[in-house]
Design a protein around this ligand. Structure first.
Ligand code: SAH
Ligand code: SF4
Length: 429
């Protein structure tokens, strides 16, 4: 989501004469687009700001002015307290006020005082945003934002605000725009993407995610569709059926479960049990037998016992995931779980995380090894690490590297998989 938001900021600043650069030392405006989901991500902001401060003063010695902006969920959550720790910051704006960036830059230039904009405007920011800049054959498309689920560990409902689905027409227009610019693969984005219920074009009825995917699949240039991140509670039969009926929908789904213990799932307010999750996986595999399922896990949630953790390991064995992300529980200020007692000691969290990750890594490597000696269709997305190597992605979202410099960006090719490395597959064509 932050990658998508950053691309939108680039589009917003273009009419004001700004172009993007990866070199912060030559930038007139540096934007830190931040994440508040775990403490580590959040703390990074201040170490980065320290580095950027030095650039600002070095440039000032040469008579060059540098504006520093902090956006995203840390900006939303911390607001003006960022200015107390880092008074050299010029602009602070939250995820729902991205569209105000040009105005905020103009105000700083005119008034020479720092600007803060962390409100939740009544009108959707999407009504004011240009099409995001897209480079390459693969693009994100934000269709839904915010969350009403209030899992007890999570800051998202407080930083991104309440659930909002963009009208389907705007999404279809953006998908067509992307396809006209050479995009072949679209990943539909939302904090809770499968809760999508957007106003339909013309008849003002409501479309769910399944219907939206079917309509996007009608756009000729688009050959691959994905969506992330989904909540088990909102995985309707209509969406599951779309995995069966729409070939362009890739056989891969990120469906976070967080824990395998019903006691912990309840304390997390996840609104589903482990057996309900397993039932969904069954239905998905019946609809599309080769679907790759990935998940997120939190270990060491307050009150998590050895037995609860064992139930998580059991669920992992039952599902057999293709790929996953796992984290130690991180206290987020203001969330209900931050007030819970019986916090799990960090040492126990580390041990559990290691045990879980060993199991998930083994499943990931077994999943990848299945493809050795088989053919796979890849979408070429960029250059590989070494000279002459190209990088593509498989339908299951595995990175595939191919020693063949004649492959062009955006092309699809059938490759023979010869080897599996730590984070990618190697193929020949
Ligand atoms: N909407 C998605 C998740 C978004 S946040 C869902 O409901 O599954 C991405 C991931 O960050 C979560 O799935 C969770 O595993 C992790 N996460 C969120 N808050 C966390 C916290 N306080 N501590 C540790 N991990 C956390
Ligand atoms: Fe956070 Fe996802 Fe739960 Fe929403 S559904 S509160 S984004 S973890």
């Amino acid at each position: 989501m932050n990658v998508y938001d950053s691309a939108t900021m680039e589009s917003l600043m273009e009419p004001l004469g700004y172009d993007s650069t990866n070199n912060s030392e030559v930038a007139d405006l540096i934007i830190l687009n931040t994440c508040h989901i775990r403490e580590k991500a959040s703390e990074k902001v201040f170490s980065e700001l320290g580095r950027i401060k030095k650039i600002k003063s070095e440039r000032a010695k040469n008579g060059q002015r540098t504006l520093i902006a902090v956006s995203g969920c840390v900006a939303q959550a911390e607001g003006d307290s960022i200015l107390k720790r880092a008074p050299y910051v010029d602009i602070i704006f939250g995820p729902q006020t991205t569209h105000l960036l040009p105005e905020l830059v103009t105000k700083v230039n005119r008034l020479s005082t720092s600007q803060i904009e962390t409100s939740f405007p009544v009108n959707s920011k999407f009504d004011h945003l240009p099409m995001p800049r897209s480079e390459g054959p693969s693009a994100f498309l934000s269709i839904q934002e915010g969350c009403d689920k209030f899992c007890t560990f999570c800051v998202v409902p407080y930083t991104r605000g309440e659930e909002y689905s963009r009208p389907a027409m705007n999404i279809l227009d953006e998908a067509k725009f992307l396809s006209e610019r050479g995009v072949k693969e679209i990943t539909l984005l939302g904090q809770n993407v499968n809760a999508y219920h957007g106003e339909a074009p013309l008849d003002h009825k409501i479309w769910g995610l399944g219907r939206l995917i079917k309509e996007i699949a009608e756009i000729d240039g688009i050959s691959r569709i994905r969506y992330t991140t989904s909540h088990p509670r909102d995985l309707s039969d209509e969406i599951i059926d779309t995995h069966k009926s729409v070939d362009k929908l890739m056989p891969q789904l990120h469906l976070p479960v967080q824990s395998g213990s019903d006691r912990i799932l309840k304390a997390m307010n996840r609104k589903h049990t482990s057996s309900e999750y397993l039932h969904l996986i069954d239905k998905l595999r019946k609809a599309r037998s080769d679907i790759a399922i990935s998940s997120d896990f939190i270990v060491g949630f307050p009150g998590e016992t050895e037995q609860d953790f064992k139930e998580t390991l059991q669920l992992v064995r039952d599902v057999n995931f293709s790929h996953s992300f796992s984290f130690k529980f991180s206290i987020r200020p203001g969330t209900p779980a931050s007030y819970y007692k019986k916090h799990v000691p960090n040492e126990t969290k580390s041990e559990r995380l290691k045990e879980l990750q060993d199991l998930l890594d083994k499943q990931n490597s077994d999943f990848n090894k299945k493809f050795i000696g088989k053919k796979m269709t890849i979408l070429v997305k960029g250059k590989g690490k070494t000279h002459g190597q190209m990088l593509g992605s498989s339908p299951y979202l595995q990175p595939v590297r191919v020693e063949n410099s004649s492959l062009k960006l955006g092309e699809t090719h059938i490759v023979n998989i010869t080897k599996v490395e730590a984070n990618s597959l190697l193929g020949k064509c």
